[in-house]
Design a protein around this ligand. Sequence first.
Ligand code: ADP
Ligand code: MG
Length: 341
Amino acid sequence: MPYDSHSRNSSKLIGELHLIERIRTRASASAAPAVRLGIGDDCAVLKPPPGHELLVTTDFSLEGRHFRRDWHSAASAGHRTLARGLSDLAAMGAKPLAAFLSLALPKSAARNTRWLDGFLDGLLSLASIHHVPLAGGDTSESPSDHILADIVLLGSAPAGRALRRSTARPGDLLYCTGALGGAAAELAALAASPRKFRNAQPIGDHPHLFPQPRLAVGQTLLRRRLATACIDLSDGLSTDLAHLCTASHVAAELDLAQLPLHPLAATFDDRAQITALLHGGEDYELLFTAGPATKIPRSIANVPITRIGRIVKPQKNQPQMSLLSDGLRFELQSHGWEHLT
Ligand code: ADP
Ligand code: MG
């Protein structure tokens, strides 16, 4: 029988309540002023700061698609689940208010809570760095052998001020935070020898396993009115720049020599370096535009900022994105980022 409400409910009493209690105990350390009521009732109650709007984003983290248990430690899976949502808030300049986690665990992972404990270690350490309370969620037995997680993040920004991808203008200059291609390089190394990364910790530079969402940069861009538009780099520069251009009805030029290569990609040959820079996904850096007269600091919140190109008027018969290198101009096309499987 595909669905049996009685046996579903009784299994919930035994397994799921125990898991929820385990999560609640660990999450209670993350109380925050915006959360009037957290885990334990039918709904959480949140109070956004006066004069602010709510921003909401939701992201799946599915075993086999976004992480693999034989490649990613549970802590890395937990960290990455939250980091994806936080990066979306960062891109809009928002401050996180609360996170909600829906989890479906296969029977084996519900019985032996080692994986769940590691997942919470990773998720809650990143949450505490950014003062994001875990204020609720849902827990269920997975219908397959796969772990499924979905994170919902609520954030706030001053009314009407959230950064958007649709507001870049011709003449603006194009910037990115941090370095590019590091996540793609670490993923390649991970695929080649997963065992080397088994004990990787969220300290040091692990752009794929433990990416650092750029919340402070996004909030500064908003607060100081530095950016005209912003997007996070989740799918790779060539894909996310195309999203920004399409949404803003503009075209863009990138200066290949200016693109900041992550040191982990430095051992790649030239061609692979360019691929990592342009098409490597999951760096979770910010890509933003600013007016030509706006002074952009070399670094914001200790994150280096690099000018990498400019926004131009879209022209008929001209590509939406061009790449300039050694005085030559190439057409740049989006190169979709393939997920793990
Ligand atoms: P309901 O049946 O009313 O949805 P649940 O038994 O699913 O209640 O959840 C009880 C409480 O535990 C709720 O406050 C819910 O938000 C919280 N909760 C359930 N699962 C999770 C989870 N994976 N992470 C965080 N909070 C959770
Ligand atoms: Mg529920």
